[in-house]
Design a protein around this ligand. Sequence first.
Ligand code: AP5
Length: 266
Amino acid sequence: MTNAANHNDRAAWLQGPSAKCSSLPQAKAEPWRLVLLGPPGVGKGTQAALLTQQLGACHLSTGDVFRAARTQRDKAPSPAMAAALEYMSRGELVPDEIVWAMVRERITCLRCNGGYVLDGFPRTLAQADSLRKLLETERLRLDAVVNYVVPAEEIIARLSGRRTCINCKAIFHVSSQPSKIVGVCDKCGGRLYQREDDHPQSISVRLQAYERSTAPLIEFYKIRGLLVTVTATGSPQEVFQRTLMALDGRRKGQAKGQNIPAAINV
Ligand code: AP5
């Protein structure tokens, strides 16, 4: 796998189709199209940043779109977006219709020849089915769905110490991944803040929503032969290396025309 550095600002994804990305990921003959699954705080955003850097794909996070709408100063959110932000601050899932309208509006990002890593979408069976139908119509194929797993107590520790950059959305942790200067992003100098849904009350609502609505996607993708399960304990780099190994094995197997097992565990 090549390291294709990606400096895209994701404007078309974060702000909507009227915005233009600063630089499009390089088109590839075989772009990577991945979905990351796993409970809140497992490290999907952290891994998405590493994966997109390595694979040259774009990081498409639905949570980042909502957070970008909240911090946009020059434009009031639409009524649907304002409703979405209310759900989000309580830790509840945003209704499927609102999420799907938002993703559908950004279809050019799903068509991007540089590939993508979907993070936080799909999150319900209805969303997964809508995505499946759309990709089928567009003749686009998902390469894999990476399901990250860690013990529950680790999740709470990760979420309560997380800090996020208000500008570039880079992710830090007060003890496991601290920024060089407290409260300042290493990448762009932006202010680091604690997400409002990382407070204890919202964390427990989010974990329940995950178990009820998102965990069933593991079976959905397993029976479609797309699931790759990765243990997400250890450092972010260790988890990243495990992920690359699993994806590499999967693609090499596909190239040789081998039968890919219904689920890979690393
Ligand atoms: P979203 O932004 O998608 O949040 P999430 O899924 O809850 O995931 P998180 O961002 O909390 O965690 P993560 O797995 O990305 O972990 P991270 O890498 O940051 O969604 C937010 C909300 O938006 C939802 O609750 C919902 O309301 C709404 N929403 C979004 N999409 C939706 C959809 N499709 N449908 C309906 N509603 C939707 O890591 C966490 C921390 O751990 C960081 O501090 C990091 O530094 C640290 N860390 C990471 N890896 C490691 C490691 N290996 N070791 C130690 N620390 C680590």
